[in-house]
Design a protein around this ligand. Sequence first.
Ligand code: MN
Length: 197
Amino acid sequence: MHILPELPYDKNSLNPVITEEGFDYHHGKHHNAYVTNLNKLTSDNEMADWDLKTIIKHSFTNQQTGLFNNAAQHFNHSFYWDCLSPNGGGSPTGEIAEMINRDFGGFEQFKTQFSDTAAKLFGSGWAWLVLNKEGKLEIQPLKDAHTPITADLNPLLTLDVWEHAYYIDHRNQRPRFIEGFWDIVNWDFANINLNGK
Ligand code: MN
């Protein structure tokens, strides 16, 4: 049984980037629907006691698209909520700051490249910061429900750029939403993900 996680902060605390109404829909309806669908697809078969990552990898390999989409979206959203924080934003700190300097030449260069990737992703998808197999940081635009864990990459941060992620609070202005992300991005979570590898 998969469970919708509680948001790790108050629904009003990321205003105006994401408002309470934005969370009511994105977390309370969209994410919740993925969890409900995932449970319908897994509760009465051998997958009932599989962990989420195993279901994602298995359904990806076997091209069980409906199952993959719901399982991956549950993982992606659960991860995404932790990428945001009312205490976030500003320049990166700790090890992630050093790695961004090393692999992108500085925070401003990284920010521009990540923002461009998120803005140019056509249709629905996610902009990811991952640690690749060579131990370097990499920005990846992934369409729809796709997720770095099917390639065994270590996700560090993500930004949801599906229209449902910003339409309530920013209408069609995806670039404004992306700009707001830099005010709430959770560098502590990125550092935890680096060290939890
Ligand atoms: Mn979403």
